[in-house]
Design a protein around this ligand. Structure first.
Ligand SMILES: NC(=O)c1ccc[n+]([C@@H]2O[C@H](COP(=O)([O-])OP(=O)(O)OC[C@H]3O[C@@H](n4cnc5c(N)ncnc54)[C@H](OP(=O)(O)O)[C@@H]3O)[C@@H](O)[C@H]2O)c1
Length: 307
């Protein structure tokens, strides 16, 4: 079977660039939506786009504000993968309009790649806006009968593992570490490159059609306490553990800036509530079971680069 042609929207973004690389690596003809007006003087974005081109990707000029350009971009491919960033999720409504008009798309993957928004109806404000926006996009996709796959990628390792899930830093703490509640809720950590690999594996797969794929690599499911212990073993240094009860943690949102409040909400659901692992996958699919050939990266290995 000929591999599908893929358009990545948001291809220079943090996770989007991994979708582009995985698509090329898996032998798909890969198109990257290129918003020339946004390249401007952004030298890194331009260099990244040129590196994609050098690896065989086709850069397609289009804009969310130019419907015709979007339809023309979508018509060149079979699959659209969107990795648009959190504040811009509703811009995907324009992408859905283009996909509807083009009428040729065999699979659309909207920008998700985190907690399953369908399970976050109870989420705290203001962080819940991400889940609400993702559900708005799901609704229009399903109303238009667009073949789709949703991917729940759980915790990106660089945001949640390397820093031992501490807020406001991306580096491992040196002396003390905040522990959320009893630190025992099970969490799922995923190497971002593996997210790209699993996502692209799923796009031509009939088993993932109109389903949610959860990325739950079994070797990367563990608690914050276990994460801290892994880092202590790697670094050879014992950290002071400072437990934060849930009421104290939630109270820290009061008067804090908007971004901090969003992060606290997400951390609360993941580490106090255990929202990534407190349910069984029923009618949907799990990525490491679908694609056992993928040698995903274990967090012990991932964190070695931070030593
Ligand atoms: N699971 C986790 O731990 C985790 C962590 C972070 C994010 N996420 C999720 O991953 C997804 C992507 O997030 P990210 O952090 O990778 O995003 P990002 O790096 O902030 O941005 C991704 C891309 O969005 C595109 N974009 C923004 N405005 C646009 C517009 N008006 N039209 C077209 N494209 C636009 C840009 O692409 P171009 O400039 O290339 O056009 C940008 O590079 C989100 O759904 C987010 O919720 C999950």
């Amino acid at each position: 079977m000929e591999k599908s042609k893929v358009l990545v929207v948001g291809g220079t973004g943090y996770i989007g660039r991994r979708m582009v690389r995985a698509s090329l690596a898996q032998g798909h003809r890969t198109f990257v939506l290129t918003r020339l007006e946004k390249v401007g003087m952004d030298i890194d974005k331009l260099q990244l786009l040129l590196s994609f081109k050098a690896q065989g990707a086709l850069l397609v000029e289009a804009s969310m504000d130019d419907h015709r350009s979007l339809v023309a971009a979508v018509k060149q491919v079979d699959v659209v993968v969107s990795a648009m960033g959190g504040p811009h999720l509703l811009q995907q409504l324009k992408l859905v309009e283009a996909i509807k008009e083009a009428g040729n798309i065999q699979r659309f993957l909207p920008s998700e790649f985190g907690m399953d928004p369908a399970r976050m109806g109870h989420a705290l404000a203001p962080g819940r806006v991400t889940f609400d926006d993702k559900m708005v996009i799901r609704k229009v996709i399903e109303e238009a009968n667009i073949p789709h796959t949703y991917v729940s990628a759980n915790c990106f390792a660089a945001y949640f593992a390397a820093n031992l899930s501490q807020i406001g830093t991306l580096l491992p703490p040196k002396e003390k570490v905040h522990v959320y509640g009893d630190g025992n809720a099970k969490v799922i950590f995923v190497d971002e490159d593996d997210v790209g690999t699993y996502v692209i594996k799923s796009i031509d797969d009939p088993r993932s059609l109109n389903k949610t794929i959860y990325i739950r690599p079994p070797g990367n499911i563990f608690s914050q306490n276990e994460l801290i212990a892994k880092w202590e073993k790697l670094s050879g240094k014992v950290l002071d553990k400072i437990p934060i009860p849930s009421d104290e943690f939630l109270a820290s949102m009061e008067g804090a800036d908007h971004t901090y409040q969003i992060v606290v909400g997400h951390v609360y659901h993941i580490f106090y509530e255990g929202c990534l692992t407190n349910f069984e996958i029923a009618d949907d699919e799990e990525a490491s079971l679908l694609y056992p050939e993928v040698q995903y990266t274990l967090m012990d290995k991932y964190m070695e680069r931070y030593l």
